[in-house]
Write a protein that binds this ligand. Structure first.
Ligand code: P6P
Length: 335
């Protein structure tokens, strides 16, 4: 019975004291994400009925056809955060450059920057497969009272103050961390309330699920090929099961609950990998480490990478600690 669970609002209030910057701004920021998630969820869930599926005709900075829901979700999250005057800047997968939030009446006093992939996996929308929103939050590092700069967005992932995702799937869930573990909330759409359904989520140290687009196998680095064959060998606890949804948040979420590893390696088609460091890999890596898991580019910790561009890509391996360790062993042996 969901109503027996704590609501997200109660959880945020109870845990506000645990966060060292207790101005309440972070709580307000999480609340604004909560609100935007409900609005986007409403549209995503009826996408098949209303003419908002299909490409919007534009292409985004990545050169990818923008689905109307991409554009809608982007607008909703950005407007919700701007209207609440909580952040000083926003970077989105759908925006070429970062957005300076001109809170002149507050003279740029807002402390946080948000980086967001408003609708990740959007190519799944038209085929009714789950999609997600991924967000990452930092405190600005340039002086308060001045407009935000690119440096505020190019911080290493280990400096994140919060990160999370929303999955618009069989149920809509908000999963996030402010550095004190990972908690999952399920939306009761009948009353529009998120309830704490998955407290203290953790990756099992081992797992038997591997998630990778094997269509790219021939283009993968040798170490990845060897690891995939290791997963398929008939011995010990293997073969593992292959599960790949095509939505990072969904594959990550399943692997965190059941144990597993997600890989998006580099390839000849994607020499730096496909996933974006700032608003896909860093937030998921933050959550992974908060959930006793691990995230690397095959050689080093994702959260230690110093970003140089807003939309840069990195190879990404993430999930159960012992599985990521094994993949890194193969990468080291065959690199
Ligand atoms: P591919 C969605 O576009 C995404 O960013 C992730 O959510 C997903 O895991 C991956 O790319 C899918 O990419 O090349 O396998 O279709």
């Amino acid at each position: 019975m969901l109503h027996q669970h704590k609501t997200l609002g109660e959880f945020i209030n109870e845990n506000q004291h645990a966060f060292k910057y207790t101005t309440g701004e972070l709580s307000s920021l999480i609340n604004s994400i909560r609100l935007a998630a409900k609005v986007v969820n409403h549209e995503v869930n009826k996408a098949g009925l209303v003419d908002i599926t299909g490409a919007a005709g534009d292409v985004n900075v990545q050169g990818e056809a923008q689905q109307k829901l991409d554009v809608y979700a982007n607008d909703r999250f950005i407007q919700t955060m701007i209207n609440r005057n909580i952040v000083c800047g926003i970077t989105s997968e759908e925006e070429d450059d970062f957005i300076v939030v001109n809170s002149k009446d507050k003279n740029h006093q807002n402390k946080y920057v948000v980086l967001i992939d408003p609708l990740d996996g959007s190519s799944n929308i038209d085929v009714n497969v789950s999609v997600g929103t991924i967000f990452s939050i930092y405190r600005r590092i340039t002086p308060i009272g001045t407009p935000v700069t690119k440096e505020d967005f190019l911080q290493e992932g280990k400096h994140q103050v919060a990160a999370g995702y929303i999955i618009y799937g069989t149920s809509t869930m908000l999963v996030y961390s402010t550095g004190h573990g990972v908690n999952g909330f399920t939306l009761n759409p009948a009353i529009g309330t998120f309830y704490l359904s998955h407290p203290n989520m953790e990756f099992p140290e081992d797992g038997n699920i591997y998630s990778v687009n094997e269509g790219n196998y021939l283009e993968f680095p040798e170490g990845i090929k060897k690891y995939i064959k290791y997963c398929q060998q008939i011995e010990d606890d293997r073969p593992y099961t292959s599960r790949y949804i095509g939505s990072l948040a969904s594959d990550f979420h399943r692997n965190m609950i059941k144990g597993g590893i997600y890989m998006y390696p580099k390839s000849t088609k994607n020499p730096e990998g496909k996933l974006r460091l700032l608003y896909e890999c860093n937030p998921m890596a933050f959550l992974a480490e908060q959930a006793n898991g691990k995230a690397s580019d095959g050689y080093k910790r994702i959260l230690d990478i110093k970003p140089t561009q807003l939309h840069q890509r990195v190879p990404f391996i993430c999930g159960s600690r012992n599985m990521v360790d094994k993949a890194e062993e193969f990468m080291k042996q065959y690199s």
